[in-house]
Design a protein around this ligand. Structure first.
Ligand code: SF4
Length: 181
């Protein structure tokens, strides 16, 4: 019987949540026995090769490319999990949400104290994904099935979630894995 497939992606995130996933240490060998990785930076597969049981999403949506990738994950995955504070509520990138996008761009490319931009141009190459007006948590863009908080969530929490989902069991995380003080 074919193994269930898992896909992962980093949208507007820092890859810290992926690092936390790799922090499951030698359990990664057990995970590889249980699943095949599909589209993911972990195996560098760029495109979906089939239907996935679980999609792990790191980061929220800061640009049009993030939205496209997230919609693609929703289409190809039975279960989507927002992993980490950036995916569940925007996180650090969402600090810009209180400032109009135009002001953010002007500060970054024209007026910032360390900016040297003699042509006074804000990058606008068509290859660069357009920024959204603000950073959106994933559940405001597509339906998300589970939210796993933390920056990043502990490796043990990610492991427990994966094992529960792969075994069709309810997710029951002990208090120690979801307290952040
Ligand atoms: S939640 Fe924290 S670790 Fe995860 S992508 Fe965001 S900033 Fe990085």
């Amino acid at each position: 019987m074919p193994k269930p497939r898992i896909a992962t992606t980093s949208l507007a995130g820092c890859f810290g949540c992926h690092m936390s996933l790799l922090d499951i240490d030698d359990r990664i060998l057990k995970l590889i026995e249980l699943v095949d990785f599909d589209k993911s930076p972990i195996d560098d597969i760029k495109e979906f090769t089939g239907r996935c049981r679980i999609g792990l999403i790191e980061g929220g949506c800061a640009n049009e490319e993030n939205v496209r990738v997230l919609q693609e994950f929703r289409k190809h995955c039975d279960i989507l999990v927002s992993v980490g504070d950036c995916a569940t509520m925007g996180g650090i990138p969402a600090l810009r949400n209180t400032i109009p996008l135009k002001e953010c761009l002007e500060e970054a490319y024209l007026n910032g104290p360390s900016v040297h931009n003699s042509r006074r141009l804000i990058p606008n190459d068509p290859e660069i994904p357009l920024l959204l007006d603000k950073v959106y948590p994933c559940h405001e863009v597509v339906k998300i099935d589970y939210h796993l908080p933390g920056c990043p969530p502990p490796a043990d929490a990610i492991w427990e979630v994966l094992v529960a989902l792969l075994n069709d069991k309810p997710i029951e995380l002990p208090y120690e894995l979801i307290k952040y003080d």
